[in-house]
Design a protein around this ligand. Structure first.
Ligand code: AMP
Ligand code: GLY
Length: 424
């Protein structure tokens, strides 16, 4: 069996690593992949958003299943195109991916499905947004409607910041077309939690709760990033809370998408704010999180390939999905300067020699490339070091032990991943 994973980050390395453990021994390909993925799969130099080239490759190589990692190809309709050509593909259609690609759409469906979320108003004229701001006051959250690589959210604590954010989005178009429509959203004060679920459009199978660390610096300081680390299971996500999220968030959303004729198949990601024990949705994503995948998939005991096929074939209800009771912590190592400007091409030393990792740690590559005999940095987020253990503190120790042996010029990582769980 031949599988193609689309993408090139730490999330995709984790997916490939997990699929490589399948007892069904699939032959793995990744487009475009990275230097770490290359040790487990054949990397094909086709960009993740070049749908026609991907389709051509899949037909030519007779790939059995394509698994889509990032949101960009989903937003461009890779699933629709592949299905038209009768190719088996894991992920939502373009219309279903609107849960992520349009915040306004996502809010409308949540309203229909009576899912708790921050109250928000949508605007496509700056003057109206500014007038609303004057009545509403601060703090508020200003969000570009479309995809802005995690950067289109501004939390404004003063009206000057809020005014600036509205002008930047709508008049200066700093987020391009994504910011032509904005949401002004109520600020929610609580703790964040990610719960992802596999779904075939009807049945949902939740994954253990995880927590991401979005700010670049220790103690949650500095700029927002794509994610500096994650851990799972997050103690905040008790069984009771997870059941509540399934009942009040995930299932109603999947049911609502089916009702409006855009059934959602793949992974539905709920980014939640837990306010006094009650879950509010901050955002839905139409794919697995990065770096949440790096701490969630290693805990999956069932063969990932079986889960993927059960989703594609609408028979998730019949598949028992099991999770290990272990804990996982992932520390992301970044290029100096990230999320601002950073240099690339720095030689990475101290990487473990085995590509499959050990029973207690794995180094996932995010932005790396092979240059002659060396592995060099090729992105802002460079590596994700996973530690596994029977407790979060064991997992954390493993992750940092390995991270401390790896170096490259300008390397940065947070030293406090999992601090909320461990009350550091
Ligand atoms: P989003 O891309 O919508 O998840 O927003 C990015 C980050 O901004 C979230 O992870 C939160 O930390 C923060 N955020 C978004 N919406 C709100 C809100 N309504 N209240 C407080 N913080 C928020
Ligand atoms: N870790 C957040 C995301 O993948 O969107």
């Amino acid at each position: 069996m031949k599988i193609l994973v689309v993408g090139s980050g730490g999330r995709e390395h984790t997916m490939v690593w997990k699929l490589a453990q399948s007892p069904r021994k699939p032959i793995l390909y990744c487009a475009p992949g990275n230097a770490g993925i290359a040790s487990l799969a054949t990397c094909v130099s086709i960009k993740a958003d070049d749908i026609s080239k991907l389709k051509e490759f899949v037909i030519q190589e007779q790939i059995d299943v394509t698994v889509v990692g990032p949101e960009a190809p989903l937003a461009l309709g890779i699933v629709d195109e592949f299905r038209k050509a009768r190719l088996r593909v894991f992920g939502p259609t373009r219309n279903a991916a609107r849960v992520e690609t349009s915040k306004t759409f996502s809010k409308e469906v949540m309203a229909q499905a009576k899912i708790r979320t921050a109250q928000a108003r949508s605007f496509n004229k700056a003057a109206e947004a500014l007038a609303y701001l004057e009545q509403h006051g601060v703090p508020v959250v200003i969000k570009a409607d479309g995809l802005a690589q995690g950067k289109g959210v501004i939390i404004a604590t003063t009206s000057e910041q809020a005014t600036q954010a509205i002008q930047d989005c709508m008049e200066k178009a700093v987020f391009g077309p994504a910011g032509q429509q904005i949401l002004i959203e109520e600020f929610l004060d609580g703790e964040e939690l990610t719960i992802m679920a596999f779904t075939d459009g009807t049945t949902i199978v939740p994954m253990p709760p995880a927590q991401d660390h979005k700010r670049v610096g220790d103690r949650d300081t500095g700029l927002n990033t794509g994610g500096m680390g994650a851990y799972c299971p997050a103690p905040l996500g008790t069984n009771a809370l997870r059941d509540q999220v399934v009942r009040e968030v995930l299932q109603p959303m999947v049911d609502a998408m089916a009702r409006i004729g855009s059934p959602f198949q793949g992974v539905l990601y709920a980014g939640l704010m837990i306010v006094n024990g009650i879950p509010y949705v901050l955002e839905f994503n139409a794919r697995m999180g990065d770096p949440e995948t790096q701490v969630v998939l290693p805990l999956l005991k069932t063969d990932l390939l079986d889960v993927i096929e059960a989703v594609i074939d609408h028979r998730l209800e019949q598949l028992p999905v099991e999770w290990s009771g272990e804990a996982a912590v992932c520390v992301v190592m970044t290029s100096g300067g990230y999320p601002g400007a950073y240099q690339q091409g720095k030689v990475i030393t101290g990487l473990p020699t085995t590509s499959t990792g050990s029973s207690s740690s794995v180094v996932f590559h995010a932005g790396t490339a092979q240059r002659d005999k060396e592995i060099v940095t090729a992105g802002g987020r460079v590596l994700g070091v996973l530690g596994l253990g029977s407790t979060l503190s064991d997992a954390r120790r493993e992750a940092y032990q390995v991270a401390n042996t790896i170096s490259f010029e300008g390397c940065h990582f947070r030293t406090d991943i999992a601090h909320r769980a461990l009350r550091m």
